[in-house]
Design a protein around this ligand. Structure first.
Ligand code: MG
Ligand code: MG
Length: 253
């Protein structure tokens, strides 16, 4: 069931979303060679819990053990922070985080270069961000979910990359994962129609190689089947009246 949020609920989600954006900015300032992903997780959790009424969305969600998902290089999503995972010069690190505030969630992700990275990594990050922006731009009342996926896919595949198909974006609200599913591929004018008050997490996962993925023995970490690099960017947005561009809830104000 797709839930429509009231103006008041959207303001609460925007407050949660600002906290998510601030968490990502804080983590970004700590990303450097020699830092463990667990150290980043601690910084993020302490920051979120310092706000009354807020808690990390992921910790305990489906029994996930941490505040952040930290996914390095060929890892696509759902990497578990660990004291043994030390960032190396040239890595790329995808960080995914959600915040629950007064009953509602917000969700965002960004991929960061670690120290100096290759031209290939720079381009992958740029294209994935552009794919997200193209998808967000389609989240307008009167459009359909398929318009979002079509736009994301066009940018990613147009650059010679592929989009992950088995994992998708989602509605978000009082539950972290709500309907509708928001695939990163699709056809224009297909899928559920977008109406004002819908809140969606749009999240392209873009692979340098093929689209296929598999899950490691830890039952969480998703990697590319072919070992190619992968990037992930995500925003939570609210569909507004009159077909205008959506309100991005996970941006720093
Ligand atoms: Mg996320
Ligand atoms: Mg999400």
């Amino acid at each position: 069931m797709i839930t429509i949020k009231s103006a008041r609920e959207i303001e609460t989600m925007a407050a949660a979303g600002r906290m998510v954006a601030e968490t990502l900015a804080l983590v970004a300032r700590h990303v450097r060679p020699g830092v463990s992903t667990e150290a980043l997780d601690r910084v993020a959790e302490d920051f979120i819990r310092s706000h009354p009424g807020a808690r990390p969305s992921f910790k305990g969600l489906y029994d996930f053990p941490a505040t952040l998902c930290t996914s390095i290089n060929q890892e696509v999503v759902h990497g578990i922070p660990s004291p043994r995972r030390i960032l190396q010069e040239g890595d790329l690190l995808s960080v995914d985080v959600g915040v629950w505030l007064e009953g509602l969630h917000a969700d965002s992700a960004a991929t960061f270069p670690v120290g100096k990275v290759s031209e290939q990594v720079v381009r992958l990050l740029k294209v994935t961000q552009e794919a997200l922006a193209a998808g967000v731009a389609q989240a307008r009342s009167g459009n359909h979910v398929g318009d979002i996926g079509h736009a994301v896919q066009g940018v990613a595949e147009g650059a010679g990359y592929s989009v992950v198909r088995e994992l998708v974006g989602h509605g978000i609200g009082s539950a972290f994962h709500e309907d509708p599913q928001v695939p990163n591929y699709g056809k224009p004018k297909r899928g559920p129609r977008l109406v004002p008050g819908m809140t969606l997490a749009i999240e392209p996962m873009v692979n340098v190689g093929g689209p296929d993925i598999r899950t490691l023995e830890d039952r969480w970490t998703v990697v590319t089947q072919d070992g190619s690099l992968s990037a992930h960017f995500e925003h939570t947005v609210a569909v507004v009246e009159n077909g205008g561009p959506p309100r991005v809830l996970t941006a720093v104000a």
